[in-house]
Design a protein around this ligand. Structure first.
Ligand code: CMX
Length: 472
């Protein structure tokens, strides 16, 4: 596809010509007046001068203050707890769990706009909140739904690329491949190659992030329907929200509860502060000024690891094996024995433990509440509940994990399978669609406040030994 036709197509998609695009960039730079009717871009632009000033002043007044020390154990221990990242959208407390711009999950469920007739928050609202720190109005969220739907046309070469993947290539590999290929459409990369001012970085990053997020449901559904169904993907419905469209493109929109589940799922899986593998990787790769597409696909490759996002696939496999083994007898003794068998075979209990959390993950709790409301008698949910009762005690007795409680991945698969989305190899793709909504706001902020290329210091073991006065 020629570069010119791509540019023209994307200008059309955004309902802007390249000239009006520049105008809209200039309008964004006049800031200040973003109100309740302002677009997301205008609202973010209006918040920027204050944020830039805050950072400038903080660094000027306190730039040389010491934040903590780094121990040798932390260096060899996956950098746990080292304060070295900036992440504006969310923070994770080991006891309380995640807060998005200061709001807990129940508060987000209460405060963020819903779809007409719906009771779960729309992920569009969370994206807005993460980027701007403000809860959008219903109208602003409706406009964002419409904007994502308007930008949703996936370039035909990417559809063909997905269609050519062998059906036994893992869905996450196909997903990452497709997101990498979106690079072809990157406004940021094209502008960088032409030459642009640093003050323009965020605006192109914003446009690319919006396009990328808008493309993800169609890409995800194409992979799902190619690998597991008939290969046909319904078009995005331009008057519907993002969660509805993902559900209907996958083929499940006739069930209102599944649509609601998608809205909740996309909201709670989005962001989990900056140090987790997918968020950190997106940020790190982005710090080299790689496009949002390349940065996100790098993050998705990390999400595809079994210790991270792939755990939701692992959980369902494990639960199904357990069900086969224990049958209908979910007695405490049977579940305890199965847990010990798992641990004795050298495997981890998937969906349990966390690098930061030391309590049950509130994302688990919100999914459990959804299950209690919509599928209280489902046998697999009963199994999940029984594991929840027994596993913390077994893991505590086992004595290794610092956190014997469940994380987000311990619950999601059971909800999806209840509604007929039974192909667990696909689950991490859904996680990835949501993760884009969490990590791309920070990439836009990174570019807006001029975060530099990331470059921590490394040493060899011999050099560390010397630093701590040890002989090897
Ligand atoms: N089952 C058995 N052992 C576990 C365990 C579990 N669920 N969780 C941790 N451990 C073990 C670790 O493997 C480690 O053992 P070694 O000392 O032999 O290496 C020990 O307990 C200490 O680990 P930790 O400090 O408690 O946990 P980490 O920060 O190193 O790892 C995590 C965190 C999530 C990778 C780990 O708990 C785990 O492997 N859990 C199972 C996989 C999972 O659910 N991942 C999803 C996490 C959420 C997400 O990112 O999506």
């Amino acid at each position: 596809m020629a570069a010119l036709s791509t540019t023209a197509r994307f200008a059309l998609r955004r309902n802007i010509t390249s000239q009006s695009s520049n105008l809209s960039f200039n309008a964004a730079r006049t800031y200040a007046t973003a109100g309740k009717n302002a677009s997301l871009k205008e609202t973010f632009a209006a918040s920027l001068p204050q944020k830039q000033e805050q950072i400038k002043k903080l660094r000027k007044d306190h730039g040389s203050k010491v934040l903590g020390e780094v121990t040798l154990d932390q260096v060899y221990g996956g950098a746990r707890g080292i304060k070295s990242l900036v992440w504006e959208g969310s923070v994770l407390d080991s006891e309380e769990g995640i807060r998005f711009r200061g709001r807990t999950i129940p508060e987000c469920q209460e405060q963020l706009p819903k779809a007409p007739g719906g009771s779960e928050p729309l992920p569009e609202g969370l994206f807005w909140l993460l980027l701007t720190g403000e809860v959008p109005t219903e109208q602003q969220v409706r406009d964002l739904s419409a904007e994502w739907a308007a930008r949703s046309d996936v370039p035909s070469f990417i559809t063909e690329l997905i269609d050519r993947c062998p059906s036994d290539l893992h869905p996450m590999a196909q997903f990452s491949l497709a997101v990498t290929a979106l690079e072809h459409e990157s406004a940021f990369s094209k502008a960088y190659a032409r030459g642009m001012k640093k003050t323009e970085y965020w605006e192109h990053t914003f446009e690319d992030s919006m396009d990328t997020i808008a493309n993800l449901p169609t890409i995800a559904a194409r992979i799902y329907r190619n690998v597991f169904k008939d290969g046909k993907v319904p078009a995005v419905q331009k008057d519907k929200d993002y969660g509805y469209n993902l559900a209907q493109q996958l083929g499940f929109a006739e069930n209102h509860d599944f649509v609601e589940l998608m809205r909740l799922y996309l909201t709670i899986h989005s962001d989990h502060e900056g140090g987790n593998v997918s968020a950190h990787t997106t940020h790190l790769v982005g710090s080299a000024l790689s496009s949002p597409m390349l940065s996100l696909s790098a993050g998705l490759n990390g999400l595809a690891g079994p210790l991270h996002g792939l755990a939701n696939q692992e959980v369902l496999n494990w639960l199904q094996e357990m069900k086969k083994s224990v049958g209908s007898d979910l007695s405490d003794e049977n579940i305890t024995k199965y847990l010990w068998d798992t641990l004795k075979s050298g495997r981890v209990v998937p969906g349990y433990g966390h690098a930061v959390l030391r309590k049950t993950d509130p994302r688990y709790v919100s999914q459990r509440e959804f299950a209690l409301k919509h599928l209280p008698d489902d046998p697999m949910f009963k199994l999940v509940s029984q594991v929840y009762k027994i596993a913390p005690g077994v893991l505590t007795e086992h004595g290794k994990t610092k956190n014997p409680y469940p994380n987000v991945d311990a619950h999601s698969g059971v909800l999806l399978q209840y509604y007929g989305l039974t192909e667990q190899n696909f689950y991490t793709v859904l996680f990835g669609v949501s993760r884009a909504i969490g990590v791309l706001p920070q990439l836009i902020i990174d570019r807006a406040v001029g975060m530099p290329i990331e470059r921590p210091k490394s040493f060899s073991t011999e050099a560390y030994a010397k630093l701590v006065g040890a002989t090897l």
